[in-house]
Design a protein around this ligand. Structure first.
Ligand code: PEP
Length: 251
């Protein structure tokens, strides 16, 4: 059975104090969230230990937004998967389009990050998605297939079972333009089919696939009603506890 997940990617937003407040407000509203929905929050690295304390004992899980592609050592400014796990995180986002676009993240580095995250007990939330030009050229399925094959196909079935996928069309991230339900469902079904061809139908059926890209309280319900959409990776709307909780109530 796949999990229903609503994950908030705070990106490079909030001070530690504001992040603490946001996490507190989310915990305070948990009684409104259906019991079968897993909430995850992904604050900046600097906030993880503090936010871990705030959500302790609640059902909210903690995620990082990235991890280093090396285990440890002379890599100034990097944060290892082991360090992240030590804060209480159980997830980490990997391969977000902003990291691919602005920080030159490649499939090669993502293979290393994926391995280290899994070795350290973190479930990766692996992001895939096409740019607008790739969709307009009708190339989006090829792009997504390559992102899946290059980073996930070297995993064992046991490792793959720990991975959550997020389909985030780059043209929908932070733009206010959401993929239509049909566009999102079509890609989610394609992702599941691609995973089934490699890992078998049972495993693919159990993988949680989130939609991300301008998902908000007003459109989450329709998106989450699609058969292959198991929840959302939420950027902007995860910065307000009220909106984040409203999205989690949209199933
Ligand atoms: C994201 O970047 O993961 C995202 C989905 O952002 P937004 O919801 O702001 O489009």
């Amino acid at each position: 059975m796949r999990k229903k997940i609503v994950a908030g990617n705070w990106k490079m937003n909030t001070t530690v104090a504001a992040g603490k407040e946001l996490a507190k407000n989310i915990v305070a509203a948990l009684d409104q969230v259906p019991k079968d929905v897993q909430l995850i929050i992904a604050p900046p690295f600097t906030h993880l230990a503090t936010v871990a304390d705030v959500i302790k004992g609640s059902v909210v899980a903690l995620s990082a937004q990235n991890c280093a592609d090396k285990a440890k050592g002379a890599y100034t400014g990097e944060v290892s998967a082991e360090m992240i796990a030590g804060t209480g995180c159980t997830y980490t986002i990997l391969g977000h389009s902003e990291r691919r676009q602005y920080y030159g993240e490649t499939s090669e580095t993502l293979v290393a990050k994926m391995a280290l995250a899994l070795e350290n007990g973190l479930s990766p939330i692996y992001c895939v998605g096409e740019m607008l030009s790739e969709r307009e050229a009708g190339n989006h399925f090829n792009v997504i297939k390559a992102q899946l094959e290059e980073v996930l196909f070297g995993l064992t079935a046991e490792q793959m079972a720990k991975v959550v996928i997020a389909y985030e069309p780059v043209w929908a991230i932070g733009t206010g333009v959401t993929a239509t339900n049909e566009q999102a469902q079509e890609v989610h079904a394609f992702i599941r089919k691609t995973l089934a061809a490699k890992f078998g139908k049972k495993l693919a059926d159990d993988v949680t696939i989130l939609y991300g890209g301008s998902c908000k309280p007003s459109n989450a319900k329709e998106l989450f009603a699609c058969p292959d959409i198991d929840g959302g990776l939420i950027g902007g709307a995860s910065l307000k506890a009220e909106d984040f909780i409203a999205i989690a109530r949209s199933y």
